[in-house]
Write a protein that binds this ligand. Structure first.
Ligand SMILES: Cc1c2[nH]c(c1CCC(=O)O)Cc1[nH]c(c(CCC(=O)O)c1C)Cc1[nH]c(c(CCC(=O)O)c1C)Cc1[nH]c(c(C)c1CCC(=O)O)C2
Length: 365
């Protein structure tokens, strides 16, 4: 392991160890992004994936929110994207301004697997991602231990959805059709993505990531039964294999949009340290049902979330009120405050500050 500056604020990591802490740590998905003028300024001269691929730029934008909200954020997340994995497996991905990700040649049928590159002589997808490792190591140095650094991946099902759909979608019907037309090959694809993802997460830890998050952004497109067949085994394998090598690195999973039943399955049946909830989940009733079950398996219930990001369009008073009520709902368990999904490009940075201050105020023991 490399030598990095000693960590000063370990609140986030202590909650993830199951410890009772003095207040809820807080960070936000997409805390580095277009709602920040200092980020938009960098983007004027630099295309999105160029920022990801240039460690100095990725480091700079990762630290932007930490500097702006001095003392208010308890973790940084490395600036990158979940779609760097499909890129490393040989698919072209462009970021189209105003539209989002675009794959010029998505996977149409399983015969397109011939365009995917796996580990073979002289090629290893995870080695293609060396720029992420470099960005992580540089950021660990430049953070001076102010807060811990989170590494991340997209879950295999979410990546498969993009690889087949070719971009965002309202229904994800092309990707979902694969599950029924080519179930065996769908499993093969999910497994191939999972294998690269496992190596990629281990590489991020070796480079200096102190916690990991798995984004399953399109989990909610699947029924509980289908999630258990097509996503759960792969996110589960990822946690199993990464934690076998790095038992002290906490892992968080964000299964956006799933039924509470699915969340219970994940909490009880996988190695994830914590689960991030979207805003549609009622924390209180989930905790009431899950806590006794978790006790039986001797695992602490650690949850992250889950303020509706659109609350940040409200004024200071409403942000404080909604934050206080969110904090209260989680008060009986170990809680990391976050949003139920990412910051939006038209959020006002000042409003995020009100949210962060409210978390500090209302979660104080
Ligand atoms: C689904 C997904 C993607 N990427 C990601 C997810 C999972 C989280 C989620 O559900 O939102 C994860 C992600 N993407 C980005 C980060 C960086 C770290 C952070 O959270 O601050 C992280 C953790 C930067 C980004 N990734 C992207 C931006 C904006 C692009 C830009 O700068 O032009 C940023 C800051 C682009 C992106 N990347 C992706 C989409 C759908 C888009 C377009 C939507 C949008 O424009 O917001 C794929």
């Amino acid at each position: 392991m490399m030598d990095f500056p000693a960590l000063k604020n370990d609140l986030f990591l202590r909650v993830l160890k199951g410890e009772k802490v003095e207040r809820a740590p807080v960070w936000c998905m997409r805390q580095a992004g277009r709602y920040l003028p200092e980020f938009r300024e960098i983007r004027v001269e630099n295309e999105f994936f160029k920022v990801c691929r240039t460690p100095e730029l990725a480091c700079e934008v990762t630290i932007q929110p930490i500097s702006r909200y001095r003392g208010l954020l308890d973790a940084a997340i490395i600036f990158s994207d979940i779609l760097v994995v499909p890129q490393a497996m040989g698919l072209e991905v462009l970021m189209v301004p105003g539209k989002g990700p675009h794959f010029p040649d998505p996977l149409v049928t399983p015969s397109d697997f011939k365009r995917l590159i796996d580990k073979s002589e002289g090629y290893d997808p995870h080695e293609q991602l060396g720029y992420v490792y470099d960005a992580i190591s540089l950021t660990r140095k430049k953070l001076f231990g102010i807060v811990p650094l989170i590494g991340f991946i997209g879950a295999p099902w979410t990546l498969m959805a993009y690889m087949i759909e070719g971009g965002g979608s309202k229904t994800f019907s092309k990707a979902k059709a694969w599950l029924w037309k080519y179930p065996e090959q769908a499993h093969e694809l999910l497994d191939r993505v999972a294998s690269v993802s496992i190596e990629f997460l281990k590489g991020q830890v070796r480079a200096g990531a102190q916690a990991l998050q798995v984004f399953d952004s399109w989990a909610g497109e699947l029924s509980n039964e289908d999630y258990l067949e097509f996503s759960f085994p792969y996110i589960s394998k990822i946690a199993q294999e990464v934690s076998a090598e790095f038992p002290d690195i906490p892992m968080i999973v964000f299964p956006k949009g799933v039924h509470p039943e699915t969340i219970k399955e994940i909490a009880l049946g996988t190695k994830y340290t914590a689960i991030s909830l979207d805003w549609t989940i009622d924390p209180k009733s989930l905790i009431t049902e899950l806590e006794p079950e978790m006790k039986k398996i001797n695992k602490p219930l650690i949850l992250q979330g889950n303020l509706d990001p659109t609350v940040l369009f409200g004024d200071k008073e409403i942000i404080q009120k909604k934050t206080e009520s969110m904090i209260k709902q989680f008060s009986s368990t170990n809680h990391i405050a976050n949003l139920g999904h990412g910051m939006l490009p038209n959020h006002d940075p000042e409003h995020l500050k009100w949210y962060l201050e409210a978390v500090h105020k209302y979660s104080q023991l």
